[in-house]
Design a protein around this ligand. Structure first.
Ligand SMILES: *[C@@H]1O[C@H](CO)[C@@H](O)[C@H](O)[C@H]1NC(C)=O
Ligand SMILES: *[C@@H]1O[C@H](CO)[C@@H](O)[C@H](O)[C@H]1NC(C)=O
Ligand SMILES: *[C@@H]1O[C@H](CO)[C@@H](O)[C@H](O)[C@H]1NC(C)=O
Ligand SMILES: *[C@@H]1O[C@H](CO)[C@@H](O)[C@H](O)[C@H]1NC(C)=O
Ligand SMILES: *[C@@H]1O[C@H](CO)[C@@H](O)[C@H](O)[C@H]1NC(C)=O
Length: 168
């Protein structure tokens, strides 16, 4: 009887921990170039300079599939706009491609369609410091979820401990 109560308390604590951790997994989604998307005549060096990228964030490339593509290259080929030896070809053909920032080293993306020379190339450098609480709706939503989950979980666990102590 007491043993099963104890097991329940442990299981609850475990579940509460998992639920608290879950909202932290989702990263921020960046639409590359904002309203302009991935196109010629946008200086993506300027655009990237305005953003703070963290490990776990996502890049969304939105573009005209008949005009452009998206290739990851190394730094040398980024500088020279050489698309002949891509590290990865993210082009799926839909004009909407997703890149997860799941490695810590710098990333370099270019189009192979010539506009690279005009600035259609993106260098992503991840910030090392852990993300501060952001004002973005996604994050504030997450904190709401957290406090809604944590408080009932703590109250439940405390109640179970109390009942165990009283009966011992
Ligand atoms: C950078 O952000 C500021 C403030 O939101 C904005 O006014 C400016 O146009 C942005 N610059 C670029 C290149 O996106
Ligand atoms: C990038 O790849 C090319 C081959 O495509 C290679 O010659 C060059 O050394 C590489 N540069 C870096 C910085 O790794
Ligand atoms: C990238 O992949 C797409 C889709 O498979 C393909 O059509 C395209 O030719 C590839 N581009 C390069 C430069 O390899
Ligand atoms: C990063 O994510 C891509 C797909 O989103 C996957 O193919 C790749 O293996 C992942 N790399 C690491 C180091 O997790
Ligand atoms: C983009 O803007 C940066 C910073 O002002 C500048 O150094 C760079 O030359 C521009 N790139 C192009 C292709 O105009």
């Amino acid at each position: 009887m007491e043993r099963s109560k104890c097991a329940t308390a442990v299981a609850l604590a475990f579940c509460a921990t998992l639920l608290v951790m879950l909202p932290e997994v989702s990263g921020k989604r960046f639409i590359v170039g904002g309203n302009m998307g991935w196109t010629s005549n946008v200086n993506y060096t300027l655009w990237a300079g305005n953003q703070t990228f963290y490990f776990g964030d996502w890049l969304f490339f939105v573009y005209d599939r008949n005009q452009n593509d998206i290739l990851e290259v190394n730094k040398t080929n980024y500088v020279s706009c050489n698309a002949e030896h891509p590290v990865h070809n993210y082009t799926t053909g839909a004009g909407r491609d997703v890149v997860e920032l799941n490695v810590t080293h710098d990333r370099y993306f270019i189009t192979s369609k010539g506009s690279c020379y005009g600035g259609m190339k993106l260098h992503v450098h991840l910030s090392r410091i852990p993300p501060p609480p952001r004002a973005a709706p996604l994050k504030s939503h997450s904190s709401t979820i957290r406090s809604q989950l944590v408080i009932p979980a703590v109250v439940t666990i405390a109640a179970i401990w109390d009942s165990l102590l009283i009966r011992v």
